[in-house]
Design a binder for this molecule. Structure first.
Ligand code: GLU
Length: 272
């Protein structure tokens, strides 16, 4: 009898150990989910004392590499530097890696970059894969054509070759808004603009703000037909890092309140 009681006690203790271990594991997982892997992105950024931003290198006015200095320049670049100054106290703590519309979400999700500041529209579809900050810029999709083109608006695209960039909302929207157009997709915006200049298509479609940069560079081209979508830009962060999203939103608000945001916008965005 005594022996049996002792055995029951042992069995209960073993069960208790397993139950406690399972609970402990569960709560660890939950806190990892909340703050991301390795204790959270915000913590990691503070520890590394830098933020690696994915930015465009071929998009005039937003993110363009200056061949003479090797530096990237533009609205997105200045916003990223100002965010690094707000969060880490020094704009030089912003580091930049090139992304294209197609590569930006994979590069974010495999940890190559901490955040995307690259003319990226907030959409419900993308929200399934990444988290976004508040809107920091409002654009809208439009068309760029050679001056004198027969294409004057989205109504004139029947049977017309339209150029777009892979992974952009523009490539999706144009098929919906002008189903009879023939859409050709390129890797990035410099390839797409070259294709327009060499006559591979009659129109290039993307955000008006990006097209203004191309028209500025080459006065033979103009925007036509106004905008036909809304493209609110957000900064994207890997899912599960709400603390980092909150910190970025706080920093964006501080930039707006201090007038720094307007200063950056006035420097780069003239047509609005
Ligand atoms: N804003 C649009 C997008 O997020 C077009 C610009 C781009 O390709 O980055 O897709």
């Amino acid at each position: 009898m005594k022996k049996r009681k002792w055995f029951q006690l042992l069995l209960l203790s073993i069960i208790a150990v397993f139950v406690l271990a399972a609970c402990g594991g569960g709560s660890d997982e939950a806190s990892n989910e909340e703050s991301g892997e390795n204790g959270g992105k915000l913590e990691e950024i503070k520890k590394n004392d830098k933020i690696v931003f994915g930015v465009k290198n071929d998009t005039r006015l937003f993110g363009l590499k200056n061949p003479s200095t090797g530096e990237v320049e533009g609205f997105d670049i200045d916003i990223a530097k100002a965010l690094a100054k707000e969060i880490l106290g020094d704009e030089n703590k912003a580091e930049f890696k090139e992304v294209t519309s197609k590569t930006r979400m994979p590069l974010l999700n495999n940890g190559d970059i901490d955040a995307i500041v690259a003319t990226m529209t907030i959409t419900d579809e993308r929200k399934k894969e990444v988290d976004f900050t508040d809107v920091y810029f409002d654009a809208g999709q439009s068309l760029l054509v050679k001056k004198g083109s027969k294409v004057k608006s989205i109504e004139d695209l029947k049977g017309v070759k339209v150029l777009a960039v892979k992974g952009s909302t523009s490539a999706i929207n144009i098929r919906e808004k002008a189903p009879e157009a023939q859409v050709l997709e390129f890797e990035n915006y410099s390839e797409a603009f070259n294709a327009l200049k060499t006559g591979q298509g009659e129109a290039l479609t993307t955000d008006d703000a990006i097209l203004y940069g191309m028209a500025d560079e080459n006065p033979d081209y103009e925007l036509v037909g106004g905008t036909f979508t809304e493209e609110p830009y957000g900064i994207a962060v890997k899912k599960g890092n709400q603390d980092f999203v909150d910190e970025l939103n706080k920093a964006l608000k501080a930039l707006k309140d201090s007038g720094k945001y307007d200063e950056i916008k006035d420097k780069w965005i003239k047509q609005r």
